[in-house]
Ligand binder design. Structure first.
Ligand SMILES: C[S@@+](CC[C@H](N)C(=O)[O-])C[C@H]1O[C@@H](n2cnc3c(N)ncnc32)[C@H](O)[C@@H]1O
Length: 198
C-alpha cells in the first residue's frame, strides 16, 4: 500500500526518535537488569522520593511532556541520585526499545489521564496489551500499582487485572511508598490497587 509523503516523514521521525531513545537507554542501563518503572511520571515527585529511600533500586520514569521530564531531572540532579532516570518517551515506544534483559520489580501508574469518553478509552495506558507486556517483564511476585482519583478508570483497571491470567489483585499489599504527586495534591480523594504477578 502506498503511503503519503507526510506519513512517510512521520514514520521517519518516529524511527529517529526511537533510535535516539534506545541509545540513551543503552547508556543509562549499562549493568542494569532490574528496574522500578513509572509510566506517566509527570514532574517526578513520587519517583524522586522513592529513589531517595531505595538507593539500591534503579528507578525509571517516563513521560510524554518534555518540561515535566526536565523538572524531574532537576530534582534528581539537586539530590544527586545516581539510581534515578527520567526519559521523555511515549509508553508504547519506550516498551518497544527497552533492552530485552530489563525486568520490572515494580510498575507504577499514578493519576494517569482518565480519558473519560468511551470513544477515548483506547488511549488509556491500562490496556490488556500493556498488562501483557508488563507481565512478560515481571517475575512472579512482582507488583503492579495503580492509583487514580477517577473511579471509572480505577474500576476499568480492576476489571482488566481480574480478567488477566498473569495478575492477581493483592488486597493485603501495602502501598509501596507514600508521597503526594503533583496531581494527587489537587484531588479530594483517590483509589489504589496493587496486583502481583502470578
Ligand atoms: C495526569 S498526569 C499525572 C502525572 C503524575 N503521575 C502525577 O500524579 O502528578 C498524567 C501524565 O501521563 C503522561 N502520559 C500520558 N500518556 C502517556 C503515554 N502514552 N506515555 C507517556 N506518558 C504519558 C502525561 O504527559 C502526564 O504527565
Amino acid at each position: 500500500m502506498e503511503i503519503s509523503p507526510a506519513h512517510a516523514r512521520e514514520l521517519e521521525k518516529q524511527q529517529q526518535r526511537k533510535a535516539a531513545l534506545q541509545e540513551a537507554c543503552e547508556v543509562a542501563f549499562e549493568g542494569v537488569d532490574r528496574i522500578l518503572f513509572e509510566a506517566g511520571c509527570g514532574h517526578g515527585h513520587w519517583l524522586t522520593s522513592y529513589a531517595e529511600t531505595q538507593p539500591e533500586q534503579t528507578c525509571v520514569g517516563i513521560d510524554l511532556i518534555s518540561w515535566r521530564i526536565r523538572k524531574g531531572l532537576d530534582k534528581r540532579d539537586k539530590r544527586q541520585l545516581q539510581n534515578l532516570h527520567f526519559f521523555k518517551a511515549e509508553l508504547g515506544e519506550f516498551l518497544e526499545i527497552l533492552p530485552e534483559r530489563i525486568r520490572f520489580d515494580l510498575t507504577v501508574l499514578l493519576f494517569p489521564d482518565p480519558w473519560p469518553k468511551a470513544k477515548h478509552h483506547r488511549r488509556r495506558m491500562v490496556q490488556t496489551a500493556f498488562l501483557d507486556e508488563v507481565a512478560r517483564r515481571t517475575d512472579v511476585g512482582g507488583r503492579f500499582c495503580f492509583r487514580s482519583d477517577d473511579l471509572p478508570y480505577y474500576e476499568w483497571t480492576v476489571e482488566h487485572l481480574e480478567a488477566h491470567s498473569e495478575w492477581a489483585i493483592d488486597t493485603k499489599a501495602e502501598w509501596p511508598h507514600e508521597m503526594e504527586t503533583y496531581f494527587q495534591e489537587m484531588m479530594d480523594g483517590y483509589h489504589s490497587v496493587v496486583a502481583r504477578r502470578v
